[in-house]
Design a protein around this ligand. Structure first.
Ligand code: ASN
Length: 331
């Protein structure tokens, strides 16, 4: 990556006034307001996202969390509000939040052009929903946003030279196992049980012209909070989750991740032990599970990645007013 790019990130006060930047910010405003309209139309209640707390999402693919001293206790900055979304299910059955997240990504993620260390996701959760319900909602939501933004921002998208098609529903679905097979045919071997690496995900994304799902990841690859498929008939592979990622086409990569939640205290403790989590850190979360929480499913869609896709931007750092990229000390 050229060092000029990073120098310009440090001088954001000079680039923010450029018409190309202003254009993207206007499209982003339309995206966020259309997501809100869509979710309000589906009877979701918007809540204010937590920014700090005693625990946060451990399932963040090799990124580090930030922890700090909070009046003598260890607190963390939200890497995602997933655990808090689950608690909200005791209060409201359909919620969303525009949630800021911090993840100290490894330096090499700069090369993916789709990682920021500070980003926002629209995080949503629905009580008593299945992961399939949430995939159906995700498809409708993405099609709604693209249809509306294409109309509202036709001038900006034309100036961007971005030709955007509203995707065809239902989107294609591959299980993790099937995705590994496709990768193998592309000459990329990923061992079963591992997370699909960024470059492999990009290669899959490049051979698609429409967004597609990857579902049913293995337990070893994901956080303890996803529900495992239960095999009452003895016909399913064991250790597979009811979860999903939505992948944008044309090389843009991951859009969404989510799934059905494990909500049973004993199962969560079992999964925490298996993934070597420090159980003592999760006091209130485990107390909440003991007190009982409804089953739920949900997902998060990254706002900057969606902006990058809709505007057809090469780099994610052009999709946010104040970009934070791994290793770059920008404002
Ligand atoms: N937002 C995701 C979810 O709802 C979690 C994540 O961002 N890691 O499952």
């Amino acid at each position: 990556m050229s060092s000029d790019v990073f120098e310009s990130l440090k001088k954001r006060y000079l680039t923010l006034r450029k018409k190309e930047v202003i254009r993207v910010l206007k499209v982003q405003d339309a995206i966020v307001s259309e997501i809100r309209d869509f979710l309000k139309g589906e009877c979701f209640v918007e809540i204010l996202a937590p920014i700090i707390g005693p625990v946060t999402d451990p399932g963040i693919r090799g990124a580090k969390q930030i922890s700090f001293d909070y009046y003598g206790a260890r607190f963390k900055v939200m890497s995602s509000m997933i655990l808090y979304k689950q608690v909200m299910m005791t209060s409201l059955p359909k919620i969303f939040a525009l949630s800021p997240n911090i993840r100290l990504e490894p330096l090499e993620t700069v090369k993916t052009r789709r990682h920021l260390t500070e980003f926002r996701q629209i995080d949503l959760e629905v009580a008593h929903a299945t992961y399939k319900d949430m995939m159906e909602l995700g498809e409708r939501m993405l099609c709604h946003i693209i249809t509306k933004v294409k109309h509202r921002c036709s001038k900006e998208l034309e100036e961007q030279k971005r030709v955007l098609k509203v995707p065809q529903k239902p989107f294609k679905k591959y299980t993790y196992k099937e995705a590994l097979e496709i990768l193998k045919n592309l000459g990329i071997n990923v061992n079963f049980g591992l997370e699909i690496p960024w470059e492999a995900e990009e290669a899959l994304s490049k051979i698609h012209k429409e967004p597609f799902w990857i579902t049913d990841f293995p337990v070893e690859a994901r956080g303890f909070y996803y529900m495992e498929h239960e095999d009452n008939l003895g016909i399913l592979d064991l250790g597979i989750l009811k979860d999903f990622d939505l992948i944008y086409p044309e090389g843009f990569g991951e859009a969404v991740s989510g799934g059905e939640r494990e909500y049973r205290y004993n199962k969560i403790v079992e999964r925490m032990r298996a993934s070597e989590e420090n159980i003592s850190e999760y006091g209130w979360y485990l107390d909440m599970l003991k007190a009982g929480v409804p089953p739920s499913a949900g997902f998060g869609i990254g706002v900057e990645r969606l902006t990058r896709f809709i505007c057809g931007l090469e780099n994610i750092w052009d999709a946010v007013p104040f970009p934070k990229v791994a290793g770059v000390l920008s404002s």
